[in-house]
Write a protein that binds this ligand. Structure first.
Ligand code: ZN
Ligand code: ZN
Length: 619
């Protein structure tokens, strides 16, 4: 039985432990405990261990104190597990500590309780990326009757999902007798993380009460898994529900805007960020730069970049890549030199931007110089992406053989992208012999590569070898291969519209096709004839012209012309590379309708004005 006096002493010491601001102060109190013969007091030692690890990361000191305890109780052991789980590098020790200290215990004062398992599970997720330890702890959770606790259950399902076992996570979730908003959110973000956004969305809809984390889990899940239109739809719903977004939500939305070229919404998000007082920090700033440059608005990207109070390599790389993609290679290189001058170290992504800048601007010597600089000055080992840029650079500039030798001398095995860059060069410079050999290399790596087959077929067609064409078509037909459908997106009044080739599903379809007819007549007056070469296969002439005529980007442009005021800019995003025919048609359209048209295709930007394109017909 404690006397009132010793209870007061214990209270005083406990509050001293909680308030001490230096590790020396804690050591002094520890000495005092020893002198007062209180060094076996579980309550005080638990507070000491917690303070040592939580505030000063002094895990070894905490552990040595623990080992001097004759009979540590559950609370003290829990504090040690918590300490291990919070200390990077020591998480692995949590599991062995648990096995030694607690698993054996039949003594009721040493039994694990519901506070034991959550930190233990978190430590295991951090220390091991596999599911076995989680399963073992799951068995312990059941054995000690803590399975129905909401905190334990939630941590358990979250641990399963983080270790990649989403089915077991789901099972735990289903079996939980009580779920709180955190349980729901963990399950939703687990599903989203593993790519099952359909189930994540379904669960989200069943959720009794949603908070900011729930919305953000679904929205970022969509964005990270490439469901960009769905991301934007959910964001609208979130706004309608009255829930305010945070910076994580907004950055996810920005990445969807970037991918869809949804500039209107991207600008709105920018305004929201400003209105909510978010700093242009590195995270938000880089996302904005990426959004503006992927929407073709490089000047706005630069504006954001210039206003960032702090810039790191990520921000610099974003702006360099942005300029490069938009064909402003010289400026990209100037900013890169600026970055070097400021003493910032470029990384491999920066060099992707720099090489891509040289490539799109046709700066062959500079490209070679920077490639050497990357390996020799910065000791960055080139990746496939860098090799692909170099092949592209050499190939586009007409050094097709040099590009081929460059591939032959690569220290790593070239992939489909590297060979694809060479194939592009063969296509532009009409080097059919090397082109066919390149296709062979591509098909060895990827027997389903439709681009390779299309090239072969077009090459045979160009040479009038219709048997060859039939052969290729037969192989493609047999392997069930289909050309990836072309899709174009255009944003009008903050809504993103989507078009497939030959699409007639849009509600305004009649008006769009009428507009196309009108444009076709005007194009004809300008001396335009469809470039029949750029279509795949030996279809009848008329049909061929027909299929060119309705490539998705043309539909999107017609739709844009109908639905936006005269003289305004039209921006299109396409998932494939623009074909030669569309490219020359769009050049003329920009002249006829006196509009600037920006088209982002799978490899670069085309800024069309007055009958010209920024790529100088070189893409
Ligand atoms: Zn086309
Ligand atoms: Zn172009």
């Amino acid at each position: 039985m404690q006397t009132g006096k010793s209870q007061n002493l214990q209270k005083t010491l406990h509050s001293l432990l909680q308030q001490s601001s230096t590790i020396n102060h804690l050591k002094q109190i520890h000495c005092r405990l020893v002198l007062l013969d209180l060094h076996q007091d579980q309550f005080l030692i638990t507070a000491l261990v917690t303070a040592l690890s939580h505030r000063f990361q002094a895990i070894n000191y905490a552990r040595s104190i623990f080992t001097q305890m004759r009979d540590p109780n559950t609370y003290l052991s829990n504090a040690m597990i918590q300490a291990f789980s919070e200390t990077p590098g020591s998480q692995r020790d949590a599991l062995s500590f648990y096995i030694l200290q607690m698993r054996v215990g039949t003594d009721p004062t040493r039994r694990p309780n519901r506070f034991t398992f959550p930190p233990l599970l978190k430590a295991c997720v951090a220390a091991f990326s596999f599911v076995k330890p989680i399963q073992e702890i799951h068995a312990q959770v059941t054995k000690f009757g803590t399975y129905n606790d909401v905190y334990v259950g939630t941590t358990l399902l979250d641990s399963y999902s983080k270790c990649g076992d989403i089915e077991f996570a789901r099972k735990v979730f289903e079996e939980m007798p009580v779920k709180n908003v955190v349980s729901w959110n963990s399950m939703i973000s687990g599903l989203a993380r593993c790519g099952d956004v359909g189930s994540a969305k379904k669960l989200f809809e069943e959720m009794p009460e949603k908070n900011l984390v729930s919305w953000t889990s679904v929205i970022s899940g969509y964005a990270q898994n490439g469901y960009f239109r769905e991301t934007l739809v959910m964001f609208e719903e979130m706004g309608a529900s009255g829930q305010k977004p945070n910076d994580i939500t907004l950055v996810s939305v920005l990445s969807a805007c970037a991918n869809l070229g949804a500039l209107g919404l991207g600008r709105r998000v920018h305004t929201l960020l400003e209105d909510n007082g978010y700093q242009l920090d590195l995270f938000v700033g880089s996302a904005l730069i990426d959004m503006y440059s992927k929407c073709g608005m490089v000047d706005e990207a630069i504006h954001v970049f210039e206003r960032m109070p702090q810039r790191n390599v990520v921000a610099f790389s974003a702006v360099i890549v942005g300029l490069a993609m938009n064909g402003r290679g010289l400026e990209a290189i100037r900013i890169f030199e600026d970055m070097r001058f400021q003493g910032l170290l470029p990384n491999d992504i920066t060099f992707v931007g720099v090489l891509c800048a040289c490539c799109h601007a046709g700066l062959v010597d500079e490209g070679k110089y920077y490639f050497g600089c990357m390996t020799q000055v910065y000791s960055i080992v080139p990746k496939l992406q860098h090799y692909a840029c170099m092949v592209d650079l050499l190939g586009r500039a007409g050094h097709v053989d040099e590009a081929y030798h460059f591939i032959m001398e690569m220290p790593i095995k070239p992939d489909v992208v590297v060979w694809g860059a060479l194939l592009g060069a063969c296509r532009i410079h009409h080097n059919y012999e090397l082109g066919v050999r390149t296709v062979q290399q591509i098909l060895e790596l990827d027997p389903q590569h439709s681009g390779g087959f299309v090239y072969l077929s077009n090459t045979y067609a160009r040479m009038g070898d219709w048997d060859g064409v039939k052969n290729v078509k037969r192989i493609m037909g047999n392997s069930g291969m289909k050309k990836l459908p072309g899709i174009s997106w255009i944003e009008v009044n903050n809504v993103v519209h989507q078009f497939f080739a030959g699409d007639k599903s849009h509600p305004q379809s009649d008006r769009i096709y009428a507009k196309m007819d009108e444009l076709a007549k005007l194009l004809e007056c300008e001396g335009y004839t469809p470039d029949i070469d750029s279509v795949f296969c030996d279809v009848e002439e008329e049909e061929k012209e027909q299929s060119l005529y309705v490539h998705s980007e043309k539909l999107a442009i017609a739709f844009g012309l109908i639905n936006s005021p005269e003289g305004t800019l039209i921006r299109i995003v396409k998932n494939l590379r623009v074909c030669v025919d569309c490219h020359s048609a769009i050049k003329l359209i920009s002249k006829i309708v006196r509009r600037e048209i920006i088209l982002r295709d799978s490899s670069r930007f085309h800024h069309f004005t007055g009958g010209m394109c920024s790529c100088k017909d070189y893409w």
